[in-house]
Write a protein that binds this ligand. Sequence first.
Ligand code: MG
Ligand code: MG
Ligand code: MG
Length: 305
Amino acid sequence: MSKILVMGHKNPDTDSICSAIAYANLKKELGFEVEAVRLGTISKETQFILDYLSIDAPRLIEGVNEGDKIILVDHNEEGQSVNNRDAATILEIVDHHKIDLKTSDPINLRFETVGCSSTIISKIYEEKSVKISKEMATVMLSAIMSDTLIFKSPTCTEEDVVQGKKLAKIAELDYEKYGKDLLIAGTSLNDKTAYEIVNIDSKPFEFGSQKALVAQVNTVDISAVLARKDELEKVMRELMEKEGYDFVSLMITDIIVNSTELYVVGDKTLTIKTFGMQEGAETVFLPNVVSRKKQIVPQYTEMAK
Ligand code: MG
Ligand code: MG
Ligand code: MG
């Protein structure tokens, strides 16, 4: 019998890699011939886990062939899936996303409304009475910490917390500290230039008569980003001159504490009026603000009227 390939989605996140590894390991323990594979580059966050455990990344594949047998984790939609999927036989899917699926054969589906695929896989280990090794516990805990932002995301459920805490115990890890280290590795901006930071995610707007750019960068350490204020200011001033903006606002968003430090270069009048920034200050801390679309742009727009 040919080997079964276990894979997550394209542009893989930590859950897609870790769930593939953990589920392939479980199937192996149950006597199947399987291999975890991946459909894209390993992120910095995922690399942190592989380095921590000194394990290799799953093999990269470009597509599947006629007759291949595959198991999908962390996705089901064809557009997110492996190239040439129709040629293969899907044996199983373990996922926590909305279902968008057409199949020609029956499939074993395991879908649950939890925050992470690894939460489901951890439960399947339990159901099959397969012992979870320290290494596999770390792999699955990592996925849960990533997908639920250390249990703080609105997508996190009680089941994620139960399985996550159980895995942390087996892994002998302080999940709070480990999860933070993991997320920090993923948002590390050390290798990014100031220009790249401002341009990761920036959009131009018109607020009344003013033209502005509102950029956003995710971090777990606002102070580390603000430590590069001089470099950032230079880039933001250059953008103002080149594009004729009245001001440039950079949302430095802490994804752990769910808050934003808004750093403004140029005309600060509108930010002072809208967000209560102090006269003479360059930044204002906005607790519970993470969304440009919902919590920054409409407020600027309203005030500018
Ligand atoms: Mg995913
Ligand atoms: Mg996921
Ligand atoms: Mg994700």
